[in-house]
Design a protein around this ligand. Sequence first.
Ligand SMILES: C[S@@+](CC[C@H](N)C(=O)[O-])C[C@H]1O[C@@H](n2cnc3c(N)ncnc32)[C@H](O)[C@@H]1O
Length: 366
Amino acid sequence: MFSPDDEAPEHATHGGALRARIEAAIVEAGGWIPFAQYMDLALYAPGLGYYSGGRQVFGRSGDFVTAPEMGGLFAATLAQWLDGFLPDDARTITEFGAGSGLLAAQLLAEPRLADIRYRIVEVSAPLAARQRERIATVPGALERTEWLSALPDHLEGAVIGNEVLDAMPVHLLVGHGGGVLERGVSLVQGELAWSDRPATVDALAARAVRRVKTGEWPDGYLSEVHPRQEAFIATLAERLGQGMLVFIDYGFDEATYYHPQRAQGTLRCHHRHTANDDPLWQPGAQDITAHVNFDALDAVAAEAGLEGGHVSFARFLLDAGILDVLGRTPADDPARYLPLAAEANRLLSPAEMGELFRVAVWGRPM
Ligand SMILES: C[S@@+](CC[C@H](N)C(=O)[O-])C[C@H]1O[C@@H](n2cnc3c(N)ncnc32)[C@H](O)[C@@H]1O
């Protein structure tokens, strides 16, 4: 079991209640729940989950740092790219899972995006409140922003999400006797424990199971499938009019995702800037993520009539003009230039985010 020295002090308030909620769900379901249901409760149980319980999760004082939290270069580059693509009559950005609200605030502060309308779809009430506070610090930005509690029927302009797909619950499948079993969570002597059952219909509906022949999963080969992500992108794609979907996340193409040597999948947890692979440790006190199978999402978008694909984060940022944005700050002003150069290095370096992250862009052909 993962056991860092510094357990989250604020977890003491919610941890017991969340744990009881998870145990009740297991008992109610007859002794076993799919991992996706566990992940959903651990991250999003109303008022108790990791994202829904009001915990400080972002930035240096939280558990992890995302691209917008590193500085302003990412947002400035994205703003330049969006400005070039957003049609004159659809100057709207809809952001899913806006986290601390920093990216929204940075984009709203960009002079070149002064005419855009910003919409945020956020599943966590405490985070929505935090986003409002952050956006209020940009003059005139609050008036241009609205929060939506449900997915809009019609989408246009840019629909963006940074590290949102990796926070969606996944099902775990494990190779067994030429087929697969589903790995879920049960209670053994009062403790949360892994156990395997015949796969649920939901997990078997996932594209990866249809595309990767299950017989190719040797006994014990463990990986994730993402029916929730696939359904999410399918819905956005169906509702998109003029515009594009832009999703940035950790992930791979399908062959890399289900490579024989990646025999234990991609599930990772983050607590106080330390990664571990034990999602059953203190539910609600740590983030739980899984990589994205971008090829599967390409196929989902294509089925809904969208065109596009995915490239590495570094390729996307270079094409979007990150070096021009960096070049606007004179190198002979080291106090301003050096932090930006360091940020560029983290965003572009293959060993940091440049190759580990990918950017998918899908749009309706004109
Ligand atoms: C890892 S955080 C990323 C936050 C932010 N985008 C950033 O880059 O700092 C994941 C975010 O996605 C949100 N989220 C997860 N599923 C969502 C969904 N279906 N719709 C909207 N937001 C969602 C979470 O509440 C959280 O704000």
